[in-house]
Design a protein around this ligand. Structure first.
Ligand code: AHG
Ligand code: MN
Ligand code: MN
Length: 335
């Protein structure tokens, strides 16, 4: 069969044996994410036509204004994962604390927990610029059949079983890994199926794009400032091109295809940067490493950081391996 004719459903079945644990539960979980992605995609595409853009009038626990689509996407992902009785716990950017599923039922055997950023890049919704969804999947560490605890969610990224994102862009894609490389599937909206369009995605080892919010430049650590100057220098294959969408998913996706580096460093305004370790940085780091790239906080591998809080933030440098290593070199030199 020609690769582009392979649907996500077929791919999941074919590759089920490659999963670490082969009960079929993880396959069902990816399947339900696929379903929620289609539902959210449908709604995202209506933005502007119906009353879905704009502020929902509330703030999440991190003091950010929730957009209507943030709230909608959060609800749809949680509903899908809950209705199908697939996971035992969910944590979301839009929920203050984690949700325990079926905690009353001693017989429930679900072993996976999911962390999600239901809508990433939400400031871009109102202006018709690509947004995304990010997800991260772990096996619980507490005994099956008991209510999940915070311990199940505060695992190091290196324990992830699967991770991925959906990008609602010029076309809608689902890109994910179960630890055997990264594969990308494009939605055919006429049929409603995802097709394997980007098998074995990999970051080029080098790139020519740097993505950072330079509006924060004066607040950045010296290492980052000097690395940015290095990117702009007229030397060898530089200057690099600056591209910043402001949706992590979209910036990451472009950099993975073209070669590049994404940075959300700490700053004197935001001590740990902005991005959240558990449902933004860890899943993207898992994808990056599976795609031959690299993710670091400037000094340490993202996936080796021990989380202490559900919504904690961490400086994030991610992308083409040689570029990330160069940025780390600057961080070490000027720290
Ligand atoms: P979210 O919409 O889930 O809160 O995430 C937004 C994140 C990320 O997607 C993006 O790269 C970054 O925030 C942009 O932040 P700045 O506007 O500060 O550059
Ligand atoms: Mn986000
Ligand atoms: Mn979000």
């Amino acid at each position: 069969m020609h690769q582009k004719n392979k649907t996500l459903g077929e791919f999941i079945i074919e590759n089920q044996s490659a999963f670490k644990y082969t009960s079929g539960e993880l396959s069902r979980l990816i399947n339900s994410i696929r379903l929620a992605a289609k539902v959210v995609n449908h709604e995202v595409n209506k933005a502007g036509l119906v009353d879905i853009i704009g502020d929902a009038g509330d703030q999440n626990i991190q003091g950010e204004n929730q957009q209507k689509l943030d709230v909608y996407a959060n609800l749809k992902f949680i509903q899908t994962l809950t209705n199908r009785n697939i996971v035992c716990g969910i944590a979301s950017e839009e929920e203050d604390s984690f949700i325990s599923i079926n905690s009353q039922d001693e017989n429930h055997q679900n072993k996976y927990i999911v962390l999600i950023d239901p809508l990433d890049g939400s400031t871009n919704i109102d202006v018709n610029v690509s947004v995304g969804t990010i997800f991260s999947i772990y096996r619980r560490v507490t005994p099956i059949g008991t209510p999940v605890t915070i311990e199940d969610f505060l695992q190091q990224g290196n324990q992830q079983v699967a991770a991925g994102y959906v990008i609602y862009g010029t076309s809608t894609m689902l890109v994910y890994t179960t630890g055997c490389g990264v594969n990308g599937f494009t939605l055919n909206p006429a049929i409603g199926s995802f097709y394997l369009s980007h098998p074995n995605m990999e970051f080029p080892a080098d790139g020519k794009i740097y993505s950072v919010n330079e509006g924060n430049y004066i607040h950045f650590p010296l290492g980052i400032k000097n690395y940015i100057k290095y990117c702009q220098m007229e030397e060898d294959d530089r200057p690099y091109t600056s591209r910043y969408i402001g949706s992590l998913v979209s910036d990451f996706h472009r950099n993975m295809i073209k070669g590049g580096i994404y940075m959300y460093p700490k700053s004197s305004k935001m001590g740990n940067g902005k991005l959240r370790l558990l449902y933004e940085c860890n899943p993207m780091a898992f994808l990056a490493e599976q795609a031959n790239g690299k993710a670091s906080d400037g000094f340490t591998r993202i996936m080796d950081i021990q989380p202490t809080e559900l919504h904690e933030r961490v400086p994030f440098i991610c992308g083409s391996r040689n570029m990330v290593e160069k940025a780390e070199e600057f961080m070490r030199k000027y720290s």
